[in-house]
Design a protein around this ligand. Structure first.
Ligand code: URA
Length: 435
């Protein structure tokens, strides 16, 4: 295998032979292929794409670069969910405990923020003491005792993806359907769940801006999963405005707890219930989506989801007391309201713009090795369609200092469009794709 020949072949639009692609990925995982060659390859894939068969080989090679977990001895059916990433997307945090409370086991391996989109792992690390790096044995123990566990990708799970994910984040090679598909499915297949519900985001704050691209990504993901013997389905969901009213790690944990207490924003609750219902059907615990959604609502209303969340946090060594008092998480140094300069209706909240504001405040990474500040972000965010008066807060900035808050004030205000008339209501769930 001569790496530069493989890069050249892809650069010129050719298909890479299976043996070469496998050797290329294996060499990268083993540290024998430098980042600059993988970055060049990723850029070639970004421009030239990959045939479906090549994407399957890339996925399989990345999955086999580490351990492949097996849960066949667990008493409960295993099911997971994965989102392609969005702004304010904290869905996994209330969802995993709710689905576990309904009888499934949810072995969830999550990622860090990528580009301007947040990562579940970064959010969970806002919880004092929460250990995201469990051994395989400890992961199993939490699953057996609590029913759900959310951890980070260990060095042994799809290590080729772990390295490539970080490299793509800083080389402009994230929004590529074959690379996203191989990244998501290699991790999810290695994680070993029997079934997987996918939340494929579409819109200004998503990697896939256009509906056709999101549909193609969803079809690719479902086809890869099905080809590898798993039950997989996908929801296509809108990501034009942030999900919920908070963006930023600790703020999103607080909002997730509010969801589990029945006080969450309507859009987050809608998506949690829809994805949870889908997962219960995939896990064989409910016959159809409507029934699954009813069960999830009941676990929400009964408080069993909240109780399962607290047990998961405690099992990970985290401070479960924050369920009663989210104020126990670190707070930002300064808060500043962003106010409306005119009266009207919120025509839209630019998810991409809010994502950039939070990144600038220190809540996301410019380079993969950057540390993030878990406390910064925005909350009390208005939603499209709401009426605002001049001078009314559109959101509150949580920053390290007042100076830093003032530095992003104009960008934050520009992210909220205000018009005379209310926009037509836009659906959150755009479609379903059955595996
Ligand atoms: N989520 C992933 O796991 N990988 C990607 O490439 C994008 C979103």
């Amino acid at each position: 295998m001569v790496p530069q020949w493989i890069i050249e072949r892809k650069r010129d639009g050719g298909a890479v032979p299976e043996a070469d692609l496998r050797a290329f990925v294996a060499a990268y995982a083993a540290g024998e292929l430098p980042d600059y060659q993988m970055a060049a390859f990723a850029m070639a894939v970004f421009f030239q794409g990959m045939a479906f068969e090549e994407t399957v080989v890339l996925t399989d090679a990345m999955m086999r670069s580490g351990d492949v977990l097996d849960w066949s001895d667990l008493e409960r059916p295993t099911v997971d969910k994965h989102s392609t990433g969005g702004i304010g997307d904290k869905i996994s945090i209330p969802l995993a405990p709710l689905v576990a409370a309904a009888g499934a086991a949810v072995p969830m391996i999550s990622g860090r923020g990528l580009g301007i989109t947040g990562g579940t792992l970064d959010k969970l690390e806002s919880i004092p003491g929460y250990d995201t790096q469990l051994s395989n044995a400890a992961f199993r123990r939490v699953l057996e005792t609590v029913g759900c566990s959310i951890i980070g990708q260990t060095a042994r799970l799809a290590p080729a993806d772990k390295k490539l994910y970080a490299l793509r984040d800083v080389t402009g090679t994230v929004p590529s359907i074959p690379l996203i598909s191989a990244s998501i499915m290699s991790k999810k297949l290695a994680e070993g769940a029997d079934a997987l519900a996918l939340d494929v985001k579409c819109g200004a704050g998503a990697f896939m801006k256009r509906r056709e691209d999101a549909q193609t990504l969803a079809e690719t993901l479902v086809a890869i999963g099905r080809g590898m013997g798993r039950r997989v389905s996908a929801l296509l969901t809108a990501m034009d405005q942030p999900l919920g009213r908070t963006v930023g790690n600790a703020l999103e944990i607080a909002e997730s707890i509010a969801v589990l207490k029945g006080q969450g924003p309507a859009d987050v609750v809608e998506l949690v219930v829809a994805l949870g219902g889908e997962m219960l059907v995939l896990a064989g615990l409910c016959a159809e989506r409507g029934e699954g959604m009813r069960v999830i609502r009941q676990k929400l209303d009964s408080g069993e989801g909240l109780e399962t969340f607290a047990r998961m946090v405690a099992a990970h060594g985290g401070d479960a007391g924050l369920v009663e008092n989210p104020g126990r998480m670190k707070a930002a140094g300064a808060c500043l309201d962003v106010t409306a300069d005119r009266a009207g209706h919120v025509a839209g909240v630019d998810a991409d713009g809010i994502g950039r504001v939070v990144l600038l405040l220190g809540g996301g990474r410019r380079r993969s090795a950057d540390a993030i500040d878990h406390a910064v972000g925005v909350d009390a965010l208005v939603k499209a369609g709401e009426r605002v008066e001049a001078g009314q807060p559109l959101m509150r900035l949580h920053a390290r200092s007042l100076d830093e808050a003032q530095g992003v004030l104009a960008a934050a205000r520009a992210a909220v469009a205000i018009a005379d008339a209310a926009p037509a209501p836009a659906p959150l769930i755009l479609g379903y794709l059955q595996g």
